[in-house]
Design a protein around this ligand. Structure first.
Ligand SMILES: Cc1ncc(COP(=O)(O)O)c(C=O)c1O
Length: 351
């Protein structure tokens, strides 16, 4: 089976894990500092706090911006991984869900409507599947009404919007380093900001001392693996982009199949390569029979999943019915890529 997800580890990660075991310093050591500084500088933020998951990064970001009570409204897109909405609920705020657009990220016209209607404290644009949300428009709307922007950058390591990396396009951002991510540690996350006041608030929540805190630290093993993953990120993202280009070229004229679009001024890093087809379930079944690990991302929408307040989200509801993903990880060989292309073409033409 060609897996949908496969981390690309090499000799550097192996040597570093062994070195950490032999050193006896397995947490709060030099690799954690090395990773923290390298990731901060790569994204271009002022401060970086590694934590144990993307979900905890979102949760702490929300606490740092003051989401505590049900009057604290946070706008989230209808189509994302469930942690995007769960973090808001766990922080004590009220999520309001709006539809996504053709880029599968938050629909800026619907966001405008939701800001007018709900006077939210914050919005969480998700750079879904690795494509940056329409940040110029989002920033313009949020600036006008003093809405804080928390970027959910869990899927967009290295993606760019008009030349700037996702993670520095709002007030604060949350990354995930889960096993499938473009930078993978197994489990892990990071909170980034360039605002010293938010930086202090984040520290209060995750460092024991002045304020009740949570231990969300990563170990040296995770940091060491993450450091080397980061060194390979640009090369691996280029490989993902090259595969996406090949897939798009081969699939663009297949009947009823919709391929992903990369929007002007945005660099997509294809964390997930998502296709749409009305017979999605049958296609997945056939791909799996042929040894290709196709999967649905996502078969739910966030308002339906958590019974949340929402505007009309009919596009996201449609996506949940017809979207699916095929493997795009950088460990794919040329033979595997060609096999995936030929198999998808054959199945879609005959379905
Ligand atoms: C968009 C999005 N947000 C948040 C998360 C949560 O990250 P984690 O699984 O590291 O808690 C993920 C990843 O799984 C994600 O894809």
């Amino acid at each position: 089976m060609i897996p949908i997800i496969k981390p690309s580890f090499g000799i550097e990660e192996e040597k570093t894990v062994l070195e950490i075991i032999r050193s006896g310093q397995i947490t709060r050591g030099r690799w954690t500092i090395k990773f923290k500084n390298a990731f901060r500088d790569y994204i271009g933020a002022g401060f970086c706090h590694p934590v144990c998951s993307g979900t905890s990064a979102l949760y702490i970001s929300l606490k740092a911006i003051g989401i505590n009570k049900k009057e604290d409204i946070v706008i989230v897109p209808a189509f994302s991984f469930m942690a995007t909405i769960d973090a808001v609920i766990l922080a004590g705020g009220t999520p309001v869900v709006v539809d996504v657009g053709e880029d599968y990220c938050i629909d800026v016209n619907k966001l405008e409507e939701a800001i007018e209607k709900y006077s939210p404290k914050a919005v969480i644009p998700v750079h879904l599947f690795g494509q940056p949300a329409d940040m110029d428009k989002i920033k313009e709307l949020c600036k006008e009404k003093d809405v804080i922007i928390l970027e959910d950058s869990a899927q967009s390591h290295g993606a760019e919007y008009r030349g700037k990396k996702t993670g520095v396009l709002g007030d604060i951002s949350a990354f995930s380093f889960y096993a499938s991510k473009n930078v993978a540690m197994g489990e892990g996350g990071a909170i980034l900001t360039s605002n010293p006041d938010l930086d202090e608030k984040i520290s209060n929540w995750i460092e024991f001392g002045n304020h009740p805190a949570l231990n969300l630290r990563i170990t040296e093993f995770q940091a060491g693996i993450g450091y080397w993953q980061l060194q390979k990120l640009e090369k691996n993202n280029e490989k993902r982009r090259k595969i996406a280009y090949l897939y798009n070229k081969e699939f663009e004229n297949l009947p009823a199949l919709e391929i992903p679009k990369e929007f002007e001024g945005r660099k997509h890093v294809y964390h997930i390569y998502a296709l749409r087809h009305p017979k999605r379930d049958e296609i997945i079944e056939k791909l799996i029979q042929k040894g290709i690990g196709a999967r649905i991302y996502y078969e739910y929408t966030l308002h339906q999943l958590r019974d949340a307040e929402h505007l009309d989200c009919s596009f996201a509801e449609q996506l949940a019915k017809d979207i699916f993903a095929i493997p795009i990880h950088p460990a794919l060989t040329d033979n595997e890529i060609n096999y995936i292309i030929d198999t998808v073409k054959e199945i879609v033409k005959n379905i």
